[in-house]
Design a protein around this ligand. Structure first.
Ligand code: LER
Ligand code: MN
Length: 269
């Protein structure tokens, strides 16, 4: 099992980006703890010095399996489903602007909260139509570079659009692009899925990326999720992608990352 962990390339409000702060210090730490990859949360690719990032990632012999994009929502309010067409357009262009970076690293582009929430005055069906159109356009733009997009079902307390795996699969049908799939996150699944393992089986080959945090969003092993069973089920589907730690840096980032990798390695042995 290939393990990575989330690192934010800039300061952000999102709590569960395990590492934030100085890039080189964090990449060195992540590599020394035994992670093979780093999932980069990038608000806007224009803010990132790609050359330096690439050099650092190579220096520490890390892969970049995925790029998180949710901070464009969290920090700037961009979304695929905003009633303002200029904001929807900016969100689509922002996702498209991640394609060259993703292509450079061979990373999946994550569509998390940039899909937005259904705002007052917008009906759910209208929001879904905007969402489908945006995802079709972004998937089309990513296809020539061989890049895949993964939409993350996110729990009801964070969004009103696509909370669970079944809704994610329906959306895949509607988008109809072979480079569009799902990112499953155990923290959200614990809130929304009747049986986590069943949902993993149902999603099967549509799982493009996988986030792990325990029930309390601390590192795996700090809550009550059965990671031996969850990861065993994931591997049974034929999943060959990455398992990426996205958990709260408690008691501190280094301890969380160390405990997390130790536990995950034991669970997948
Ligand atoms: C991002 O991967 C995530 O899981 C969401 O909770 C973002 O708010
Ligand atoms: Mn997640």
């Amino acid at each position: 099992m290939k393990l990575s962990i989330v690192l934010s390339t800039q300061q952000a409000q999102f709590q569960a980006a395990t590492f934030k702060g100085d890039l080189e210090t964090n990449l060195a730490r992540i590599a020394s703890l035994g992670y093979q990859g780093v999932e980069l949360a990038i608000r806007d690719p224009r803010l990132v010095d790609l050359g330096r990032l690439d050099e650092l990632v190579r220096t520490y012999n890390l892969r970049v399996p995925a790029i998180g994009t949710g901070q464009a929502w969290g920090e700037e309010g961009l979304s695929f489903t905003d009633p303002d067409p200029a904001i929807r357009r900016a969100a689509i262009e922002r996702i498209k602007s991640h394609v060259p970076v993703a292509a450079h690293f061979g990373a999946v582009i994550i569509v998390g909260l940039i899909r937005g929430i259904v705002k007052p005055g917008v009906d759910q069906a209208q929001a879904m139509d905007w969402l489908v159109e945006a995802l079709q356009e972004c998937s089309e733009a990513a296809r020539p570079s061989g890049i895949r997009l993964a939409l993350e079902p996110i729990n009801r307390y964070e969004t009103t659009l696509i909370n669970n795996a079944a809704q994610g699969l329906d959306l895949i049908e509607r988008v109809g692009a072979d480079n569009f799939g799902l990112l499953l996150d155990t923290f959200h699944m614990n809130i929304e899925e009747p049986v986590i393992e069943e949902s993993i089986r149902t999603c099967g080959r549509n799982i493009f990326h996988f986030h792990v945090a325990d029930s309390n969003r601390w590192y795996p092993g700090a809550g009550h999720l059965d990671f031996k069973s969850i990861l065993g089920t994931l591997l049974e589907t034929g999943y060959q992608g990455w398992v990426s730690g996205e958990f709260i840096p408690q008691p501190d980032a280094e301890t969380a990352a160390r405990e997390g990798i130790l536990y995950l390695t034991q669970c997948s042995a």
